[in-house]
Design a binder for this molecule. Structure first.
Ligand code: IMP
Length: 193
């Protein structure tokens, strides 16, 4: 029987990414599919804290085994910004274009372009909490490239590649991405049980 796990998100991109990687072994269910319409609080100042807060919220309200993720883009020259504030960097609107404009403006004339994406996944299963992490290092481009993906993809080029994340196929991105790595760690754990 397929194992049912709630992924505490309604982000269609993320659901598609993870369903592809989980390979049909698990039934990954979104918040919408369990009837959760509420905004889940994310008030912590670390990725770990936010991922745990979201997973605990779903477990407490819906009683379901679940996992939640939190991702940040950490730019060395900006002291790790936008980090845990990546979604709302340019304001409450979750506007990717505005977020990228803000990063590009802050990085104008800056030669140190080093950055990394980091994802933390918190899993609550059989009453136990587990954390998984993935990161990808790269650099912030000077302008946008490509139209795939979401978020900061057009201005992030992973180390060892000529293209931005937004110029890669979903498969190519999943193979090296922060969330891909964190997700594989989660799936390895689940398969090993
Ligand atoms: P979240 O915690 O996964 O919602 O990520 C927070 C923010 O980081 C998102 O709103 C995006 O702006 C950005 N982000 C997360 N994952 C990615 C990615 O794979 N590519 C580009 N930006 C991302």
């Amino acid at each position: 029987m397929k194992m049912k796990l709630v992924f505490a998100t309604n982000n269609a991109h993320k659901l598609e990414e993870i369903r592809e990687m989980a390979g049909g072994q698990y039934e990954i269910v979104s918040l919408k599919e369990i009837g959760c319409q509420e905004e889940i609080p994310e008030e912590q100042d670390t990725l770990e804290g936010n991922a745990l807060q979201k997973a605990r919220f779903v477990k407490e309200r819906y009683g379901a085994d679940c996992f939640a993720d939190d991702t940040g883009l950490e730019i060395a020259a900006l002291g790790g910004e936008p980090g845990v504030r990546s979604a709302r960097y340019a304001g409450e609107g979750h506007d990717s274009e505005a977020n990228m404009r803000k990063v590009l403006a802050k990085m104008e004339g800056v030669d140190d372009r080093r950055a990394r994406f980091r994802t933390v996944i918190a899993l609550i299963l059989d009453g136990e909490e587990h954390l998984f992490e993935g990161e990808v290092r790269g650099e912030i481009l000077r302008e946008k490239h490509g139209a795939e993906g979401f978020g900061y993809d057009p201005i992030f080029r992973p180390e060892g590649f000529a293209e931005s994340f937004a110029e890669m196929s979903l498969d190519a991105k999943n193979a090296i991405s922060h969330r891909g790595r964190a997700t594989r760690a989660l799936i390895r754990f689940l398969n090993g049980r």
